[in-house]
Design a protein around this ligand. Structure first.
Ligand code: AMP
Length: 145
């Protein structure tokens, strides 16, 4: 059902985009907003969301917007890698609740991986300390300046 659901303009990420909810931002331009995931699966877990489009998921994104959006996803992924020097980086996204999606405004996840560290659960567990997220975001922002 959620794969083809109508876009809800009151979803959490729409509220973040409108400034109605706080976020720890790492990057913003006319196309995207990137911010720290508050339930990070690893240190540096970052989300990149498109602006000015009502897309629940990647399948909904108008084709002419894909290029600019994915350029920003790569830009943020590169900055996360430079800032944190992980052993690997997961770049992923989910379409529809059965695929694992929990927030229905399109987003890509950038999740750094270290060989000796297990991932935390997806969209679960304890909310991160905002001061810790700010410290990580500062490092990532420095690579985007
Ligand atoms: P998905 O399950 O792919 O839709 O991913 C949604 C992501 O958003 C999860 O990784 C959540 O931890 C994250 N998340 C949920 N609420 C917030 C929020 N207010 N700020 C930042 N990240 C959030």
């Amino acid at each position: 059902m959620t794969l083809h659901a109508d876009y809800d303009p009151d979803n959490i990420f729409a509220k973040i985009l409108r400034g109605e909810m706080p976020s720890v931002k790492v990057y913003e331009d006319e196309t995207v907003l990137a911010f720290m995931d508050v339930f990070p699966q690893s240190e540096g877990h970052t989300l990149i969301i498109p602006k000015d489009v009502q897309a629940c998921n990647f399948l909904d994104l108008p084709t002419e917007k894909v290029g600019a959006y994915m350029e920003r996803v790569q830009k943020v992924a590169r900055a996360v890698e430079k800032a944190l020097s992980p052993d690997g980086v997961v770049v992923t996204q989910f379409n529809g609740a059965p695929a694992g999606q929990t927030v229905f405004h399109l987003h890509f996840h950038v999740i750094p991986r270290w060989s000796d560290k297990a991932l935390s659960g997806h969209a679960s567990g304890q909310m991160a300390d905002i001061a810790d997220l700010e410290a990580i975001a500062t490092k990532i922002r420095a690579e985007l300046a």
